[in-house]
Design a protein around this ligand. Structure first.
Ligand code: ADP
Ligand code: MG
Length: 327
């Protein structure tokens, strides 16, 4: 089974940032409202993620580290929903097969916390009492210590950290209600406090996308039938300076989608033809039955069943918002 884990790790764990992504998603699934991420040396030395979610019971710690042991399927009635959220039940097993992993957790029902350690190939899981408040702490040390080829493939600490920063940004944009802190080598780098009301969303957008973006973007808010789009669309000044600022979420998941990109490009071309760049943070909500999601962890693809309608809806919504602001 350990070999299978390591093969799966090749799919799931490409670099420290992929570990951070998986662990953050687990914390969110566990209902956390606060998540602290500590990184040492670009994540190759240590990735520690602590949350205040529901925790893992002592007798489920072992299970959490074994492959396809996801407990989440039972809680979700709709299989399509499960697939679209990408539940696969192999992230922790995969990560622990290529690192030294410690999982420490306490549930509300327990008086004490317990900790499970697994290390690389042998996967001898040891369970010990520990000190921890309700919630979970996952520590991933020495990533790829037993797969030297992969370890050599890592870039500089700074580059790996930048990838982590980007993963955290993407998730912070999708969950305004959760506080997220990120530190690197002991120094706090990011603190995104929880946003309680819609009117405070600008604060987080500014923290993530910068002042210039928020000051030169317009808000979008439209719906039609069972599709809804909200978010921020950058006007030329915003776009020109931040061409990489393109975030689109479909039902809470970050996506790169040709169809949506095309609609956005078209809106820019029709309204500000001189503009070559686009900057945006957009959230599309659609009936989950109307989309297929590619569940491969490294891909962010969707397929809309009614592609034309979605395309035209996005175009119209952005076009109208731009027209109003240009008047
Ligand atoms: P999946 O998320 O696909 O279920 P993982 O390997 O990522 O699989 O996690 C395995 C299991 O460990 C989860 O199903 C969950 O029960 C438990 N788990 C992992 N991380 C956490 C966490 N931060 N808080 C609570 N439970 C967790
Ligand atoms: Mg997971």
């Amino acid at each position: 089974p350990q070999l299978a884990n390591q093969i799966a790790a090749g799919e799931v764990v490409e670099r420290p940032a992929s570990v951070v992504k998986e662990l953050l998603e687990n914390s969110l699934d566990a209902g956390a409202s606060k998540i602290e991420i500590e990184i040492e040396r670009g994540g190759s030395q240590l990735i520690r993620i602590r949350d205040n979610g529901c925790g893992i019971a002592k007798n489920e710690l072992m299970l959490a580290l074994s492959r396809h042991a996801t407990s989440k399927v039972a809680c979700l009635a709709d299989l399509e929903q499960i697939i679209s959220l990408g539940f696969r039940g192999e992230a922790l097993a995969s990560i622990s097969s290529v690192s030294r992993l410690t999982l420490t957790s306490k549930t509300a029902q327990q008086n004490e916390a317990w900790s499970a350690r697994a290390e690389g190939r042998d996967m001898q899981v040891e369970i010990q009492p520990a000190a921890h408040p309700i919630g979970t702490c996952v520590e991933v040390a020495d990533l790829f210590f037993n797969t030297p080829a992969r370890r050599r493939f890592l870039r500089t600490d700074k580059t790996e950290y930048n990838h982590i920063d980007e993963v955290v940004r993407r998730i912070a944009l999708s969950r305004f209600d959760v506080q997220i802190k990120l530190s690197h080598n002991g120094a706090l780098q990011r603190n995104y406090p929880a946003v309680k009301t819609d009117s405070h969303k600008n604060t987080r957008i500014q923290a993530i996308c910068g002042r210039q973006f928020i000051e030169s973007s317009i808000m979008v808010n439209a719906d039609y039938d069972n599709i809804k789009i909200t978010g921020w669309l950058g006007l030329p000044q915003a776009a020109r300076n931040q061409n990489d600022l393109q975030y689109c979420y479909v039902n809470g998941r970050m996506m790169r989608d040709k169809l949506i990109n095309h609609a956005i490009r078209q809106v820019y071309e029709d309204n500000i033809p001189s503009e070559m760049y686009a900057a945006y943070v957009l959230f599309i909500e659609i009936d989950p039955k109307q989309v297929d999601v590619n569940v491969h962890p490294a891909k962010h693809e969707v397929r809309f069943h009614q592609a034309r309608i979605v395309h035209d809806f996005v175009y119209q919504a952005l076009h109208k918002a731009l027209q109003q602001s240009l008047q």
